[in-house]
Design a protein around this ligand. Structure first.
Ligand SMILES: Nc1ncnc2c1ncn2[C@@H]1O[C@H](COP(=O)(O)OP(=O)(O)OP(=O)(O)O)[C@@H](O)[C@H]1O
Length: 579
């Protein structure tokens, strides 16, 4: 084709360049074409094909590159596989996700490893990792025995994020890698901890986990863990609270024993239940006046039985029958599930037969605290989509967890559907009433009895003239503060009184008079005599005594005035509600 075009080009060029020049150019072009246009015959065998291929220098270079690259890549893959095989055979890798209990165990364990004190790249953390939070001590800082920071923990030194650190664990090489990943709907960054131990067997890993868990539990010994459900319907550890001693809850005789004995008996009876085909679950319904100790006794029992508390909030946004059922089936085997104000989660009555608007609403009640109070008739505003049948199914349907203890509380017992209260769902119903004289007396004793019971006999007796301890100018100022605050004290009220009391309460034990047990008992009798039977809530009495926590004598002297004042306030509230 190139040769067929030549005459045409020649003619065109002759007109412009002249025939001699064109002739020379044509000769040159013919030479070049004959040199570049090769029409080889196809090679007959492989070696001639290779020869042909390698006759092009560029192609040859490309092929060399491909072959060398391929060899390198194969070597790399081989090395990676060999490395993985080696790691798999000689190391065990375990990962821990933030939000899981095991992550907290490991972080606390890591924070206690001395090797971090010398690390060059580390993270300083004041996080408590689910432990009961307390003040944090920086290395070199001395714990002040008399101060507020008792029960302190050390500042945590942790491996920093995105680096791999190594250490020895029981003569085994171990690497620790922390990374962050965005997870969930909101792309919230969550930590991931990866631990690699040089060992062929799980024994070493198990021993590490056991050690971490034991240390964590030891640190948790005086706390209970509280879990709530998050928006993705997973249980999340939100807090650890100090255990509340059972003796600090004052109930009418027999109630505490009944509860604790029944719960203990239940926890020890798994085989008894399964032998008889009875679902291994127990439900307690605590109902009655607000501020009578329903929540407190549950908290205290959890500590006594060593169980964690899982709070099921029926009125949480996004809670519906499916979510409730999945939450209840995800409960661990031994735990306390707590549904507070079980009546308040429903927009309608819990009575399936006769829904009445007044039976729902806020959990508060009348000044006398009776369940059928006027305020019980307020309509509820709740976004819960839990239906009664959904709740009933979740409590004892096929998916319901075995071994759990359910506590439900309500201020409106009469508005609950009998199906919810029947044995099997709520096995024991306990009424919590307003304070009896007995409770008032015991609460007073609780406040003023010497804490160190063993040394009580040595305590100096009966310094009656003053409430003692207020000799310095500072203390005089504190008395003024407290006295001036008394005017505004009312049952269950909080600030500003409690604020002031909190400030002066910093060292109230030192300022309180040292009374003998017999003196406290005598004052307690006088206090109880003044308190009318079943008129005040325990929370109200506690609020009153808080204002006098260093002045037991005055607490007794002023109680009549306080009762009169409370009476007047109540009459005003009742009159306002009636109009
Ligand atoms: N029986 C009691 N003994 C000791 N303290 C009590 C008692 N009852 C209530 N209190 C104190 O009153 C406060 C409120 O108690 P709690 O929350 O247990 O009451 P409640 O019955 O659950 O109230 P509500 O029905 O309003 O939730 C707590 O600080 C608790 O210490």
């Amino acid at each position: 084709m190139a040769s067929s075009l030549l005459p045409t080009i020649q003619q065109a060029l002759c007109g412009t360049l002249g025939p001699a020049t064109v002739h020379n150019m044509t000769a040159l072009a013919n030479e070049t074409l004959s040199a570049t246009i090769i029409q080889p015959a196809l090679p007959g065998d492989f070696s001639s094909l290779l020869t042909l291929l390698f006759s092009f220098s560029a192609l040859r270079d490309w092929l060399k590159l491909i072959v060398i690259g391929g060899v390198f890549e194969s070597c790399r893959r081989l090395a990676t596989t060999a490395y993985r095989r080696f790691i798999d055979s000689f190391f065990i890798t375990a990962t821990f996700d933030q939000g899981d209990d095991s992550y907290d165990w490991m972080m606390i364990w890591l924070s206690k490893q001395p090797s971090w004190a010398e690390a060059r790249d580390l993270q300083i953390s004041t996080k408590s990792f689910g432990l009961n939070s307390s003040a944090v001590l920086v290395p070199g800082e001395e714990e002040d025995a008399s101060s507020l920071i008792r029960g302190t923990r050390k500042l945590a030194f942790l491996p920093s994020i995105s680096t791999t650190q190594s250490m020895w664990y029981k003569r085994r090489w171990m690497t620790i890698t922390r990374s962050q990943e965005s997870t969930g709907y909101y792309n919230r960054p969550e930590d991931k901890l990866s631990i690699r131990i040089m060992t062929r067997h799980h024994v070493r890993l198990n021993s590490l986990l056991l050690e971490a868990k034991t240390e964590y539990m030891a640190a948790q010994e005086h706390s209970i863990s509280i879990y709530v459900s998050d928006s993705t319907n997973d249980w999340r550890h939100v807090a650890s609270r100090p255990k509340r001693p059972l003796r600090s809850i004052v109930l009418d005789p027999g109630i505490k024993d009944l509860l604790i004995d029944d719960a203990r008996d239940f926890l020890a009876s798994k085989t008894w239940y399964s032998a008889r085909g009875i679902p291994f679950r127990r439900g307690y319904l605590l109902y009655g006046a607000p501020g009578s100790g329903k929540t407190s006794i549950i908290h205290s029992l959890a500590g006594e039985l060593g169980l964690d508390v899982y709070i099921i909030s029926l009125s949480r946004a996004g809670m519906d029958d499916t979510a409730l059922s999945s939450l209840i089936s995800d409960l661990p085997e031994k735990c306390i599930a707590l549904m507070e104000d079980i009546d308040a989660a429903f927009t309608q009555s819990l009575n399936r037969d006769a829904p009445t608007p007044h039976s729902s609403g806020s959990s508060s009640s009348s000044p006398d605290g009776s369940p059928d109070s006027p305020r019980a008739h307020e309509p509820a505003r709740t976004s819960s989509r839990v239906s009664l049948s959904g709740l009933l199914n979740a409590l004892d349907g096929v998916g319901a967890q075995e071994g759990r203890i359910l506590f439900a509380t309500t201020n409106k017992y009469t508005s609950l559907d009998p199906a919810l209260c029947r044995p099997g769902r709520m096995d024991i119903h306990l009424e919590f009433r307003l304070a009896s004289k007995y409770q008032a007396r015991e609460l007073y004793r609780c406040f003023y009895l010497p804490e160190d019971e063993d040394n009580e006999d040595e305590k100096e007796d009966d310094k009656e003239s003053v409430d003692s301890g207020y000799s310095s100018a500072d203390n005089a100022k504190l008395i003024d503060l407290e006295t001036s605050s008394e005017a505004s004290v009312s049952s269950g009220s909080s600030s500003p009184v409690s604020e002031k009391v909190a400030v002066v309460g910093r060292s109230h034990r030192d300022r309180a008079p040292k009374l003998s047990r017999s003196k406290v008992s005598q004052l307690a009798e006088e206090f109880a005599d003044a308190i009318p039977e079943r008129q005040f809530s325990m929370a109200g009495l506690q609020g009153y005594l808080m204002a006098y926590k260093t002045r037991p004598f005055e607490a007794v002297r002023a109680v009549t005035t306080w009762i009169e004042k409370e009476g007047r306030q109540r009459s005003t509230i009742v009159a306002a509600l009636e109009t």
